[in-house]
Design a binder for this molecule. Structure first.
Ligand code: 26V
Length: 754
């Protein structure tokens, strides 16, 4: 294909200009048009069974580069732009980023769509089109404030389909309008679709912050992702969103079956439905209901549904396991109530164990329990997580349905998370192991042959340094902060949650600060970078952000400490930030309390980009440690077994740890006069009190080990060639964590798509 001609033709027609005379914005829209034309010309992959991946979140990130790569025209486009005096990276800046996810769960769904298409498997995503995303985070005067994050434009990636469905709410029928985003497969000739459902007449953005009328379902249903669930109206809106998504999705499945000429009595031979966490669980009773309407008996309908639906669990945090009062469902979708009661009755008949009830004694519906009884597969997202599900949280179910339980360790797409975001490292890999790694990540292993190759090791260090320079440039440009590229880049980027323990990282910063003030300098300057959004109603998470910002201000103002230690809290951390941060990272902070992080996927992206992990034996860190070996990862902290025992026996008392001489001064520094002079007293005191007297996620339990292990890493960093070898081993062993491997396993064990 002659890209130059095609693109010139488009800009001539759109703007009556030559390529040379276009600005970045015009070029972006021209490339968007070209990419859409190429993608929509592709047919869907063929197969006997089609997958529908239901998820409330798809954190797709910017799509231009990714799609150009998948379509095989990236290099041509880059060249054409260069020759006409432009750069693709400047054009990319114009693209808005959709924030259609919270974090790992949504980003995983996006990586999965990429891999499903790349493996040429027939599989579409089903989700919602949130107009203002999660929220845009502003960090003003030391606090997070939330603003709408509008990302849709007149012209964008959404393709109008003309397809609509009627969703029968208790309050009346509401129309669901289907928009599609094309998902072209890398190295294939096909494309799948991400179907995003929307209301017909969406509300305008709220005037102030993210407050809106949560009872105005007709217009606000798709305004925001997960509206604040601290009040009842927000929780109810969430049920409206969920039912809207699954009802429209289930109707789409039946429509496509009709088009393929398949009798719904054979649905499960032709359809696989993956339920991504419990947000889409109502697809089970809804599809049952629709099949009953089509004349199937209850037995027939349930047979089809239970052999089509499979459930993925992404967390064992009790507060995140969804349970809805039946009264909510009665209000949102009363027609589901008799069906859910029947599902519950049948399950109880076979398994009277109250731990397995779909509806408990308080008339509350346990969504995960419905998925397990009426799905044919239940999977966790890392080996340790699946083991914990089997042994603790879902034990009663694993005992009676052992054949349903299986593990699918998460993965990430290296097309976005290496090829697009780290072109220099990608080129080095091409040189060392050939270009095939893009579709066969097991090739990374060939890099091990260069473990003793001084030139390759120096190249790795040089590439890392160049990526650090680029990150410095971006941080300066976006936040006006100057960071020393010679310092160690130590990065923790993920949602703000106490179990992820950003507060423990902050306590290490305090320790370093006090050491430097005492004249004890670290072996090298350190830059500690945080990126994190806190849920709007999660008060403790906001206190932790405040602590980090206060530390950053304290250090900035201190010429004695500043050359040795810097703290940067990035504003509005998102996928685009991650694409700059991950290639530049040297020490990857994966420090969750063991047993709490189901998998983590950032850990995998960092590893593949040559960062060394500092982590607990939690989630997929355990598998990373197995792959790289003890010399190439820094692990610390209590084991998951020990942590589970501490919870069960109620024997963790933070105040015992607080009293230790190495810990007390660090915790107390939070409310020191210096800190109170910078920050808000009530916030700092609340955090101090919580860590000292409760510390539910046991930051103090692991603190001393964490400090010692992190110090050791900083020391080892000084031996540059030995460090480069650790980087190399990490990259070489990251192939296992490709989402292509994960998806191949889902297909082989669960979906059987072709
Ligand atoms: C949800 C909620 C909702 C309400 C209050 C607190 C809370 C805390 C956690 C969650 C997590 C929801 C599920 C989730 O995002 N899990 C993440 O899934 C990733 C992909 O499998 C995995 O890598 C992460 O470890 C896991 O936390």
């Amino acid at each position: 294909m002659d890209i130059k001609n095609k693109l010139s033709g488009i800009v001539k027609q759109r703007y009556a200009k030559t390529l040379e005379r276009c600005d970045s914005r015009e070029l972006y829209y021209a490339l968007l048009q070209m990419t859409q034309e190429l993608s929509t010309a592709r047919p869907a992959p063929q197969g006997s069974r089609k997958l529908y991946y239901f998820s409330a979140e798809f954190l797709v990130g910017k799509l231009l580069s990714n799609n150009l790569l998948a379509l095989g025209v990236y290099q041509d486009v880059e060249q054409v732009l260069r020759e006409s005096g432009h750069s693709l990276s400047a054009v990319e800046e114009v693209e808005p980023e959709p924030s259609l996810g919270n974090g790992g769960l949504g980003r995983l769904a996006a990586c999965f769509l990429d891999s499903i298409a790349a493996l040429d498997l027939p599989g579409d995503g089903v989700g919602l089109n949130y107009h203002y995303g999660l929220f845009h985070q502003c960090l003003k005067e030391g606090y997070q404030t939330e603003m709408p994050d509008p990302w849709m434009e007149e012209e964008g990636w959404l393709i109008p389909t003309g397809v609509t469905f009627e969703v029968p709410f208790g309050s009346g029928v509401q129309k669901a309008v289907m928009w599609d985003i094309a998902v072209p497969g890398a190295n294939t000739a096909s494309a799948n679709r991400l179907h995003l459902f929307d209301v017909e007449k969406p509300a305008a953005a709220p005037e102030q912050g993210i407050d809106f009328d949560k009872t105005d379902i007709a217009h606000c249903l798709t305004s925001f992702l997960y509206p604040d669930d601290s009040d009842e109206a927000g929780r109810l809106l969430r049920v409206y969103q969920q039912y809207f998504m699954v009802s429209a999705g289930a109707q789409l499945i039946l429509k496509e079956l009709d088009e393929r000429g398949v009798d719904p009595r054979h649905l499960c031979e032709h359809v696989a439905i993956q339920i991504n966490d419990t947000h889409p669980s109502m697809v089970i009773p809804e599809l049952t209901r629709l099949l009953l309407e089509r004349g199937l008996s209850m037995n027939e309908a349930l047979h089809q549904v239970a052999h089509a639906c499979a459930y993925t669990n992404h967390t064992i945090l009790a507060e995140a396991l969804e349970k809805w009062p039946m009264s909510f469902i009665q209000k949102v979708a009363p027609q589901l109530v008799p069906i859910i009661r029947e599902l519950d009755r049948r399950a109880k008949q076979v398994f009277p164990d109250p731990r397995m009830a779909i509806i408990d004694n308080n008339d509350v519906v346990h969504m995960a329990h419905m998925d397990i009884h009426y799905g044919y597969s239940v999977n966790g997202v890392a080996t340790l997580h699946t083991d914990i599900l089997r042994k603790t949280e879902l034990r009663a179910f694993a005992d009676v349905y052992p054949e349903k339980f299986n593990n699918k360790t998460n993965g990430v797409t290296y097309r976005r998370w290496l090829e697009v975001c780290n072109p220099k490292l990608a080129a080095l890999l091409d040189q060392c192991v050939g270009k095939q790694w893009r579709t066969d990540a097991s090739r990374f292993n060939g890099l091990m042959n260069y473990w003793g190759d001084g030139q390759v090791l120096r190249d790795l260090l040089d590439i890392k340094f160049e990526n650090k320079l680029e990150l410095c440039r971006v941080i300066k440009e976006r936040q006006g902060v100057e960071v020393d590229p010679e310092s160690i880049f130590d990065i923790q980027i993920k949602r703000l949650h106490e179990y992820k323990r950003q507060q423990m990282n902050a306590l290490y910063v305090i320790r370093k600060y006090l050491e430097i003030k005492g004249g004890h300098l670290p072996p090298r300057p350190i830059t500690v970078i945080f990126g994190a959004k806190a849920a709007p109603a999660y008060v403790m998470a906001k206190h932790i952000i405040h602590l980090i910002i206060c530390l950053s201000k304290l250090i900035e103002a201190d010429p004695q400490v500043r050359p040795w230690l810097r703290v940067v809290m990035l504003e509005n951390y998102n996928v685009s930030w991650a694409e700059k941060l991950i290639p530049a990272c040297e020490l990857s902070e994966q420090i969750s309390l063991a047993s709490k992080e189901a998998s983590g996927t950032g850990n995998m992206k960092f590893m593949a980009n040559g960062a060394v992990t500092l982590g607990t034996m939690d989630g997929a860190n355990v598998e990373i440690a197995q792959h790289v070996g003890a010399h190439n990862i820094y692990t610390f902290g209590a084991s998951s077994d020990h942590v589970i025992h501490l919870y069960a026996s109620h024997s963790y008392h933070s105040w015992h740890f607080y009293e230790r001489p190495a810990i007390k001064p660090l915790v107390d520094f939070i409310v020191s006069p210096q800190m109170l002079a910078i920050g808000q007293e009530s916030s700092l005191r609340a955090l101090h009190e919580d860590i000292r007297g409760k510390d539910w996620f046991m930051a103090l339990l692991d603190l001393e080990d964490y400090i010692a292990t992190r110090d050791q890493a900083m020391l080892d960093y000084g031996n540059r060639s030995a460090w480069a070898q650790k980087m190399l081993v990490n990259i070489a062993n990251s192939g296992f964590f490709s989402s292509d491997r994960t998806i191949a396993e889902y297909n082989q064990d669960i979906w059987h798509l072709k």
